[in-house]
Design a protein around this ligand. Structure first.
Ligand SMILES: Nc1nc2c(ncn2[C@@H]2O[C@H](COP(=O)(O)OP(=O)(O)OP(=O)(O)O)[C@@H](O)[C@H]2O)c(=O)[nH]1
Ligand SMILES: [Mg+2]
Length: 379
């Protein structure tokens, strides 16, 4: 038996299957192995094709599920009415509030009333306001000074029904709840079904300190619902941009520093700048923008007493309609030149009015759903 001229070489990772077969001394056995390998290969390929088809099916399913899951992001400055819209959705589409939330609303109502009285007391202290000593009813206050600008917006609603609200055991009505003011400090989400689609509605805090958190919500947004308060044209950021009531004493008032630039900034201008900033965000380029020009009711109440031109000097009109259109244009012109073709869908709204919100939200959802279909490639 001579020495084999070539040794069966063990396959190395660098050898091909063919090299291995050629070098093998035991050809029939190798032929067998090769056949086995081939069979394994075919089984492998079949399995992979199967897996790939499964993945395709899963992706298709997710795609069509995605097209019926719509993410809507509420953005806008503090006190604009974002959370009020969330409350409306809970009333309209999620059976309202549970017993614990109702108990909590009772406490919040008391604290909101306290806040109104606190502001009124400050107004009197600053000699901005005068109250006839003989006039016991606080209603007179709001009648005499309906636009004392530090007074929370909900004072217009609560003060006329104060005696009922202060009765022991008073249970807030749906309308009372819609007028409560609780500044949002974190991101929250509700999910509900609307016309066969699942709506994910995200609410954020509009105060400047909370705006940093917004970016975490920008992924996959079909529509931004930008809420701006029309009633903010005569208000500054002071007061609204802080949820804590600090006791102020008479001496503090006398030595009070003038407003800082931040606090004296007009809230409507701040809101319009914010809209411009959001339109420029590269994370929101494919989102539809729906603009809720909110608190229309308060805006119309204020106009005769606080002329718009005193705050927006370019306004030259005189009727309510002209004033509304001017405010709308004030926001819409925040589109950059690059965005000329980009649609912003404006609506005048009153977030505390359930019928109005039901109507405008349906219109907003139609736009968001269309945007969602476009971006998921299903039309
Ligand atoms: N009259 C009137 N009040 C409104 C309207 N929309 C909101 N409000 C009131 O305005 C106050 C502020 O509303 P929110 O919904 O808490 O405002 P927000 O945008 O969530 O504010 P942040 O959470 O601080 O960002 C509440 O007292 C609401 O009841 C409206 O259209 N008309
Ligand atoms: Mg809020």
């Amino acid at each position: 038996m001579g020495i084999p001229i070539s040794k069966a070489t063990k396959p190395t990772s660098l050898m091909s299957k063919q090299d291995y077969i050629r070098n093998d001394e035991n050809a029939p056995a190798n032929a067998n192995n090769a056949a086995k390998d081939k069979k394994m290969l075919i089984i492998d390929v079949k399995a992979q094709v199967h897996i790939s088809a499964d993945i395709d099916r899963q992706l298709q399913k997710e795609k069509s599920e995605d097209s019926s899951r719509v993410k809507i992001l509420l953005l806008g400055g503090a006190d604009a009415g974002k959370s009020t819209i969330v409350k409306q959705m809970r009333i309209l589409h999620m059976n309202g509030f549970d017993a614990e939330e109702m108990r909590n609303f009772q406490k919040v109502l008391r604290s909101n009333l306290f806040q109104i009285f606190h502001e009124m007391a400050l107004g009197v202290q600053e000699c901005i306001l005068t109250i006839d000593d003989s006039e016991k009813c606080v209603r007179a206050f709001i009648e005499q000074h309906p636009n004392y600008s530090s007074l929370p917006d909900n004072a217009h609603y609560y003060l006329p029904k104060l005696s009922a609200l202060l009765l022991p055991g008073y249970e807030p009505t749906a309308e009372d709840i819609l007028h409560l003011r609780v500044p949002t400090t974190s991101v929250s989400e509700i999910n509900f079904t609307f016309e066969k689609s699942t709506i994910r509605l995200i609410d954020v805090g509009g105060q400047r300190t909370y705006r940093k958190k917004w970016i975490h919500c920008f992924d996959g947004v079909a529509a931004v619902l930008f809420v701006a308060s029309m009633a903010a044209y005569d208000q500054t950021l002071e007061g609204v941009d802080s949820s804590v009531i600090k006791p102020v004493h008479h001496n503090d008032l006398l030595s009070a520093e003038p407003d800082t630039e931040l606090n004296s900034e007009n809230r409507m201008r701040d809101s319009a700048h914010l809209l411009a900033e959001m339109l420029r965000s590269k994370f929101l380029v494919s989102a539809a923008f729906i603009l809720f020009l909110n608190k229309r009711d308060l805006f119309l109440k204020k106009l005769p007493l606080r002329p718009l031109r005193e705050y927006l000097p370019k306004y030259k009109g005189s009727s309510d309609k002209e004033a509304e259109e001017f405010v709308k244009a004030f926001f819409l012109k925040k589109k950059s030149k690059k965005d000329v073709g980009r649609a912003i869908y404006p609506h005048f709204t009153c977030a505390t009015d359930t019928h109005n919100v039901e109507f405008v939200f349906a219109a907003a959802c139609a736009i968001a759903l269309k945007e969602n279909l476009n971006s998921s490639g299903i039309e």
